[in-house]
Design a protein around this ligand. Structure first.
Ligand SMILES: [Zn+2]
Length: 485
């Protein structure tokens, strides 16, 4: 027997089994009942929430051998063929792969013929926003004078890309992401039907991770069933999803609460070595900080943090969210996250002065207003300081703010044939990794060398923790008060 994936096997086949989208389902059922089906619809919404599924159900409602009905039988030849996708009067066009005017032209001719087997011909145009302008124009002509017995359903994830002229001639339905508890019930019904044991928490986790997509949830469930040898436990679901167990996240947060930098860094190191995806961990951890903040603000208590931590948490959230964005553009996310942890610890100690926001503003300022020393722009051939600023800004857009702020801290010499960039050691790896991007923007050969840290950060008075210097350099800060531990 050929194995049939859950997503296909349990694809809803009638209006009553559709998951969520009650507003759409009820309106369409009534339209069928009252014989008021429109000739053109737009189904807009995220992927995997039932747009083409519902389009197929309408096709059945209109073409079931039992007659036009909001409850198609699902057993007649027409219903079965529609389910299989082989019904000759249902045209499923994928605009993403079949874009271009030819298909729509073919469709334009086709609308003049009577249906082959059913009562109505239904054109389901998936990813409709990908149609070319010419294709939209051709479609518009058809929608302006709709030939009878033809129904057009445009499914799209990007409604704003559908021209107004098309929108104004169709009925628009907005499909919403499916609620977690609805997805959970759907998954439960699959497992009960398949006689597969499960833990409720596993289904809750899958529902959470499918982000409102019912099709995705069925695919994940499929994987968990295979992986766990048909025993859907929370542990199996976590492993398939690469999710870090909550107690691990909590442990990390506890070391942050104690401002224990060493333990926090070692913790990251350990997770990394054990093969966890640090990006996933970071996302879970920042989500958790967010909910801790909500708990403290709304309910005035939290399992990990106390009320006096609120300011600290807001600060953590801001630094950590920034790190998350930076990690997306860099391949070494571990460095980014370690740096974020370093930041919070030392800033907390150095600072004590102002609130977190002031520190954030300070870093923002240095990022958005690059300061170029005169000597740097003086020997630049054909580049003004403004040009250079612009180039660095553009590099930053492509390679991330770590790279652009790093370049601002570097010594850049531009000669006719070469751009020589002297990079402080601390950020050397970050810069060198994006060499190609940098080269592209300067449109000249680029040489990147390591230099000593800028003067202002190397004049140490006494021996002190090198991490303090790192932080100073990072924020271009000043020491206000320094205590040995
Ligand atoms: Zn039927």
């Amino acid at each position: 027997m050929v194995y049939e994936p859950f997503a296909r096997k349990y694809r809803p086949k009638d209006f009553n089994s559709v998951v969520g989208q009650k507003h759409v389902v009820n309106t369409l059922k009534n339209a069928v009942k009252l014989n008021r089906v429109s000739h053109g619809y737009i189904f807009a919404g995220p992927r995997g929430v039932g747009k083409t599924t519902i389009a197929r159900i309408i096709t059945k409602s209109l073409n079931c051998k039992q007659g036009i009905t909001e409850n198609p039988c699902g057993k007649c030849e027409n219903c079965l063929e529609i389910d299989k996708g082989s019904f000759p009067d249902m045209y499923e066009i994928d605009a993403a792969s079949n874009r271009g005017i030819d298909d729509i032209r073919a469709l334009k001719d086709n609308v003049n013929y009577a249906p082959i087997k059913g009562r109505y011909k239904v054109y389901i145009i998936d990813e409709a926003h990908m149609l070319t302008r010419e294709a939209f124009n051709a479609l518009l002509k058809t929608l302006e004078e709709p030939p009878p017995k033809n129904i057009f359903i445009l499914a799209t994830t990007e409604l704003h890309k559908i021209p107004d002229t098309i929108r104004s001639r169709t009925q628009i339905f907005i499909f919403k992401p499916i609620k977690e508890n609805e997805i959970k019930e759907y998954l439960k019904s699959i497992l009960e039907n398949e006689n597969i044991p499960y833990e409720e928490e596993a289904l809750e986790l899958i529902a959470k991770y499918s982000q409102g997509g019912v099709r995705d949830s069925a695919s994940i469930l499929d994987q968990v069933v295979t992986y766990s040898n048909a025993n859907v436990t929370l542990k199996a679901a976590q492993e398939v999803l690469g999710v870090i167990p909550e107690n691990i996240v909590n442990k990390f947060l506890k070391s942050l609460k104690e401002r224990n930098i060493k333990e926090s860094i070692l913790f990251l190191e350990k997770l990394y070595k054990e093969g966890y995806d640090l990006n996933v961990f970071w996302k879970q951890m920042t989500d958790k900080i967010h909910s801790c903040l909500l708990n403290l603000s709304l309910e005035e208590k939290d399992d990990i943090f106390e009320k006096e931590d609120i300011k600290y948490l807001i600060y953590l959230q801001s630094v950590f969210n920034k790190a998350q964005i930076e990690a997306r553009t860099l391949s070494n996310e571990k460095n980014v996250y370690e740096l974020a942890v370093l930041k919070i610890k030392y800033i907390k100690e150095l600072e004590n002065i102002k609130d977190a926001k002031a520190v954030e503003n300070k870093t923002e300022e240095t990022i958005s207003k690059p300061v170029l020393e005169k000597e740097e722009s003086a020997d630049a051939t054909s580049y003004t300081a403004v040009d250079l600023q612009k180039i660095i800004m553009n590099i930053g857009k492509e390679a991330g703010t770590l790279v652009s702020s790093g370049l601002k801290k570097s010594k850049i010499d531009i000669s006719e044939s070469l751009v020589k960039i002297g990079v402080p050691e601390l950020i050397y790896d970050t810069i060198i990794e994006k060499k190609d991007v940098i080269k592209k923007h300067f449109q000249k050969p680029v040489e990147i060398v390591k230099i000593d840290a800028p003067k202002k950060t190397v004049k140490k008075k006494k021996e002190r923790d090198p991490a303090v210097d790192k932080v100073l350099e990072l924020f271009e800060g000043k020491i206000i008060n320094y205590k040995e531990e």
